[in-house]
Design a protein around this ligand. Structure first.
Ligand SMILES: Nc1ncnc2c1ncn2[C@@H]1O[C@H](COP(=O)(O)OP(=O)(O)O)[C@@H](O)[C@H]1O
Ligand code: SF4
Ligand SMILES: [Mg+2]
Length: 342
């Protein structure tokens, strides 16, 4: 079995909601991430998908300790990060880097590329002098397919796809083990998206990187991911190997997301069953009782309001739905039937 590089256990990130004129009173919490456990094997890619606002970015940021977790554990290569003293955390930060959605807003427009890529190196004390750092940066530019003359240019002189390559180079230059790519291609033209995903894939193979790739679009993570997790309102509702998940989604929410993806074959496309989701994502400050998906689930029943479904192992998938077997036409184990009738 592959060794786990990332282990997240029952992670929670709550943001306080405050109100008041002179003194802020906490009147509630946005439960952006509410009990997520997952692990990522060394050299593997975990694809995290879900609608906008379900907590994907907050989870990614909490993994990198950019948002302090409210509760739970995060281990990187066995090292618990959430309780690590600041100095020791600094040393760990080099091992994990982030690639952002919009390279334009994450790259300082007043700095040239050499200066942008030097920042992290200087901060972590890598490279004895400017020449050494320049050599390292030049090699990194080669790796991401950018010309060396890019060194003296500014972000606005590049296309969207090239800017994302600069964003990737900025993460890569520090030789990280883990990269969190938060919607790395969402801001790019569809024609460029595949190039950037392929580049990430190639870099992973040549450098042995581990990825958490976040996307709201299921198609984006499909081919690059070993495992895919589907998030809804702060929690995972299904997790499976990429092949299993796309071949046979078991959670009603995953089915609905999949049914919204057009199929290139016109015959299949015509017969494609679409599951339309009612309403909007409920507020993570006031989630529905029981199953959080119940207000939009076409199959919701009484038990769904009373009891929050845990992730259970069903045919190799982890699924959080009381009725997953029944909905998928899988025989329900006898013990389950007994507990269901009460
Ligand atoms: N710093 C913050 N303060 C308060 N609420 C936040 C903050 N960051 C995110 N949120 C809220 O947490 C929820 C999840 O946000 P986010 O993680 O950005 O979702 P996603 O990346 O899936 O779109 C949203 O309701 C968002 O408004
Ligand atoms: S537990 Fe109930 S509401 Fe939730 S997904 Fe399953 S059937 Fe739908
Ligand atoms: Mg996000």
């Amino acid at each position: 079995m592959t060794e786990k590089l990332v282990e997240i256990e029952d992670l929670k990130v709550y943001f306080p909601i405050t109100k008041g004129i002179l003194f802020d009173r906490v009147i509630g919490h946005v439960m952006a991430v509410d009990g997520v456990s997952l692990s990522i094997g060394q050299g593997e890619t975990y694809g995290l998908v879900g609608e906008s606002g379900c907590g994907k970015s907050t989870l990614g940021r909490a993994l990198l300790q950019l948002n302090p977790p409210t509760a739970g554990k995060v281990r990187l290569g066995g090292i618990e990060l959430t309780t690590l003293p600041r100095e020791q955390l600094r040393a760990q930060r080099k091992r994990m880097q982030m690639i952002f959605q919009d390279p334009m807003s994450s790259l300082d427009p007043r700095q040239n590329i050499e200066s942008i890529l030097s920042e992290g190196l200087v901060a972590h004390g890598i490279g004895a002098n400017r020449e050494e750092r320049r050599a390292l940066i030049s090699r990194t530019l080669d790796a991401v397919g950018l010309p060396r003359w890019a060194l003296s240019r500014y972000p606005h002189e590049f296309s969207g796809g090239q800017r994302q390559r600069i964003g990737i180079a900025r993460a890569l230059v520090l030789s990280p083990e883990l990269i969190v790519a938060d919607e790395p291609v969402s801001a790019l033209d569809v024609s460029i998206q595949a190039q950037v995903i392929n580049l990430l894939d190639e870099l992973q193979t040549s450098l042995g990187l581990t990825y958490l790739v976040i996307a709201h679009d299921l198609a984006v993570v499909r081919h690059i991911s070993d495992t895919v997790g589907v998030m809804y309102l702060g929690a995972l509702v299904e997790e499976a190997s990429s092949n299993d998940l796309y071949r046979r989604p078991l959670h009603p929410y995953t089915k609905a997301l999949m049914s919204a993806v057009p199929v290139p074959d016109p015959l299949i496309e015509e017969r494609r069953e679409r599951i339309l989701l009612k309403g909007d994502l409920p507020s993570p400050a006031n989630p529905p009782s029981g199953c959080r998906f119940r207000t939009r689930c076409p199959w919701a029943r009484e038990r769904c309001a009373a009891e929050r479904p845990e992730l259970r192992l069903i045919e190799g998938h982890k699924v959080a739905c009381h009725f997953a077997e029944e909905l998928a036409g899988i025989a329900v184990p006898e013990g389950e039937l007994v507990s269901r009738s009460d």
